[in-house]
Design a binder for this molecule. Structure first.
Ligand code: AMP
Length: 198
């Protein structure tokens, strides 16, 4: 990944837990099927363990899909993890639903495609694509309801470090916006450390 950060996605950790066949995975799936938040005692522990791995500590991390509630944000803070930036991706709901419903995964390479916006390179890949069990129109609506119930409480905890990004444009243009904000942050940090060293 550009910037060398470790991508820690709460949903990916949960799907790996389901695939492992554990009791926590079985419990998590029941909530995920309803588009609800998986209980904190499962999610917080998994995210904490991942962030404590040597690669996350060394390289830094990009936390994706966490925190999704104020209690998760508080837990993160209490564990001593302090984000530098909070990226709020704003996407109109009809675009969001279309992106989710057309999303497919190549189980061999792990690459994510979209049937309309990011077509697989070969027919061979097309034939092996899989879909997440919660990427249906019905389930995404449930997930959006959960999001609306929690988003304000989460945002209020990160007001001072939030940047808003227009997520409705294509992925290259979304990246340009995020890249600009990260470059600015890194420049500022470099300037501070130089002035401290002077
Ligand atoms: P995602 O892969 O981010 O779309 O998440 C898929 C599903 O996993 C969500 O609908 C939730 O059921 C569950 N999930 C992901 N992240 C969290 C989280 N931080 N807290 C609770 N549940 C989560």
């Amino acid at each position: 990944m550009q910037y060398g950060l470790v991508h820690v996605a709460a949903g990916d950790l949960l799907r790996a837990e389901i695939a492992s066949g554990s009791e926590n995975g079985r419990r998590a799936r029941e909530y995920m099927e309803q588009g609800q938040l998986v209980p904190d005692e499962i999610v917080v522990m998994m995210v904490k363990e991942r962030l404590l791995q040597p690669d996350s500590k060394e390289k830094g991390w990009l936390l994706d899909g966490y925190p999704r509630s104020s209690s998760q944000a508080i837990a993160l803070k209490e564990l001593g993890f302090k984000p530098d930036l909070f990226i709020l991706l704003e996407v109109p709901e009809e675009i969001l639903v279309e992106r989710v419903v057309g999303r497919r995964l190549d189980p061999i390479t792990g690459k994510i495609y979209h049937l309309k916006y990011s077509r697989p390179e070969t027919q061979e890949i097309v034939s092996r694509l899989t879909q997440r069990f919660d990427d249906t129109e019905e389930k995404v609506k449930l997930r959006l309801n959960t999001h609306h119930q929690n988003v304000e409480a989460v945002l209020s905890m990160y007001e001072d470090i939030t940047i808003k990004v227009d997520g409705s444009v294509n992925k290259e243009d979304v990246f340009t916006q995020i890249d600009g904000a990260l470059t600015q942050l890194l420049d500022k940090r470099q300037a501070t450390s130089e002035s401290l060293a002077a």
